[in-house]
Design a protein around this ligand. Structure first.
Ligand code: MD3
Ligand code: FE
Length: 203
């Protein structure tokens, strides 16, 4: 029997509909200042199916030269907008971590987008947790062990769900297998938004 790696906390429906709407309004303002763009896989240059942007002091970017954190939007050249206060409060309330998040990656999935199984290891600090918030259409999320090839488990993430990845789970392989279209009315044109809050540098 597969059990989730230690340190995964899934909180279904943590945000009620009004809180989701408020957060969505905040993210729309972020996207107005820092438009979604389509990253490319290092080396191959193959475009991601997911579009991305960031807020915070640092943002995660991917292009033909590699994956990294940087302080500016790769297309506009502008600094990333600040992380909305609502998200900072969520981080403080749910992680209890001493330091504030430095990066918030905004992933937008249309109905055909997916994210292959991967580890998040572009941060210097794996001791800090990662906090993820899902908005809009549901997805099938997959998580496995800390080595590729270990068994995996899939479950749905719905609008308003929060996942906190700490401890051993911080380096677990994970991905998004599929989006379930028309399962939420939050986004007028459908699709799914995922927000991930992280520490990047050791404090
Ligand atoms: C498990 N995003 O941006 S969020 C990513 O739904 C990413 O957009 C997915 O994987 C998404 O890197 C999953 C949940 C999540 C985030 C970070 C993790 C799960 C994680 C880090 C370690 C283990
Ligand atoms: Fe990830």
């Amino acid at each position: 029997m597969f059990v989730l790696p230690k340190g995964v906390r899934h909180i279904p429906g943590h945000l009620d509909r009004p809180a989701q709407q408020t957060l969505l309004d905040d993210i729309r303002e972020v996207v107005r200042q820092a438009p979604l763009y389509r990253p490319e896989m290092p080396r191959s240059g193959k475009p991601f199916s997911v579009r991305m942007t960031n807020c915070g002091d640092l943002g995660w970017v991917a292009d033909k030269t590699g994956y990294r954190y940087q302080d500016r939007h790769p297309v506009t050249g502008l600094p990333w907008p600040a992380i909305p206060a609502s998200l900072i409060t969520l981080w403080e309330d749910l992680t209890g971590h001493a330091d504030l998040p430095q990066a918030c990656l905004v992933n937008f999935y249309d109905s055909g987008a997916r994210m292959g199984l991967h580890q998040d290891r572009d941060e210097d600090d794996f001791s800090a947790p990662v906090l993820s918030v899902s908005l809009g259409d549901a997805c099938l999320f997959r998580i496995g062990g800390i080595e590729r090839g270990q068994p995996t488990r899939s479950f749905r993430l719905e609008s308003g769900d929060v996942v906190i990845l700490g401890g051993e789970s911080r380096l677990a392989f994970h991905g998004v297998d599929r989006i379930y279209p028309t399962t939420s009315t939050l986004l007028k044109d459908g699709g799914r938004i995922n927000l991930t809050l992280r520490r990047v540098n050791r404090s």
